[in-house]
Design a protein around this ligand. Structure first.
Ligand code: F6P
Length: 328
């Protein structure tokens, strides 16, 4: 059992559809339990700058269906310093916050882990990122919505690709993880996905081109995971390669960008966020700390921060096979 009476809640890093549903769930579950809730605005940056306000059940009314995050978000450089984290801790104490709930991706949960360790604080993480790249959970908040948004776009691009007999390279987000690319490619009936996890990318591309020629396909869709920080990879890179090797092909590129992060969360993301939010409060009540709440085989699980952040979440080889088999 815990001595908690007041929690702080923040969203951090890239926003993801469903974050509002998670904020609502955490807030209402805490209040249901008799605790106070302090909303921290703009992530760790707001904790450092004292942007903290009380949240009530009404503060989160009419938010479950909204994309983005009502608490705003940021990527805080200052929180990466000891001085920044000290300021954040002092503000937490001044507001009487006993425990912190962080909704965010890899970097945000890594920040929570360091903070929790340094100041001996109970912290609970909720996986909030469209990338689905956190170990120990089958899905992250926002992933399902982003996947459906991508599908909507790819279906539309296919109309024009077919009309013009073109090859389209469509770039999707996912930073270091190919979940969005691989699964959107399967669901959209694309010819190939180029993902960071698959070492056979270049061969795969050549095979796809040859196969297309053999079968005289008129148009093709290739989904490509976004380019890396050093500028390598990405849809432009592969489109240029194809144009050089096959000058007769009519090649186009479409980079979906940040539209993938917005929009109304799907039913799946709203339910996931609601379940994770309630489970986060249950975890604190049970005296758990420094864990991420996740979902595995439709059951709530608690994953230690160091596992969630540091362990790789591999792409299932079966998914790679499904796409290969179905794109003949
Ligand atoms: O981590 C989520 C994510 O959307 C990544 O897929 C992408 O690389 C990154 O955020 C983009 O971040 P920003 O909004 O800071 O450009």
């Amino acid at each position: 059992m815990s001595n908690i009476t007041c929690i702080g809640l923040l969203t951090s890093g890239g926003d993801a559809p469903g974050m509002n549903a998670a904020i609502r769930a955490v807030t209402r579950a805490a209040i249901y339990n008799g605790w106070k809730v302090k909303g921290i605005y703009r992530g760790y940056e707001g904790l450092i700058n004292n942007e903290i306000k009380d949240l009530s059940t009404e503060s989160v009314s009419n938010t479950i269906q909204r994309g983005g995050t009502i608490l705003k978000t940021a990527r805080s450089k200052e929180f990466m310093t000891v001085e920044g984290r000290r300021k954040a801790y002092e503000n937490m104490k001044a507001h009487g916050i006993d425990a912190l709930i962080v909704i965010g991706g890899n970097g945000s949960l890594a920040g929570a882990q360091t903070f929790a360790h340094e100041f001996d604080l109970p912290c609970i993480g909720l996986p909030g990122t469209i990338d689905n790249d956190l170990y120990g959970t089958d899905s992250t908040i926002g992933y399902d919505t982003a996947l459906n948004t991508i599908l909507d776009c790819v279906d539309k691009i296919r109309d024009t690709a077919t009309s013009h007999n073109r090859i389209f390279f469509i770039e999707v987000m996912g930073r270091d993880a190919g979940f969005l690319a691989q699964n959107s490619a399967i669901a959209a009936g694309a010819e190939a996905a180029i993902i960071p996890e698959d070492q056979t990318n270049v061969d795969q591309l050549a095979a796809f081109i040859e196969r297309g020629i053999r079968k005289s396909k008129n148009s093709s869709i290739v989904i490509v995971s976004e380019s890396q920080k050093d500028g390598s990879g990405g849809a432009m890179y592969y489109a240029d390669r194809v144009k050089n090797e096959y000058p007769d092909f009519d090649v186009r590129v479409s980079i979906l960008g940040h539209l993938q992060r917005g929009g109304v969360p799907t039913a799946y993301d709203r339910i996931l966020s609601s379940r994770l939010g309630v489970a986060a409060i249950e975890a604190l009540k049970d005296g758990q700390r420094n864990v991420m709440v996740g979902i595995k085989n439709n059951e709530i699980v608690y994953v230690p921060f160091n596992k969630a952040i540091k362990m790789d979440k591999p792409i299932d080889k079966e998914l790679i096979n499904v796409l290969q088999v179905l794109s003949i």
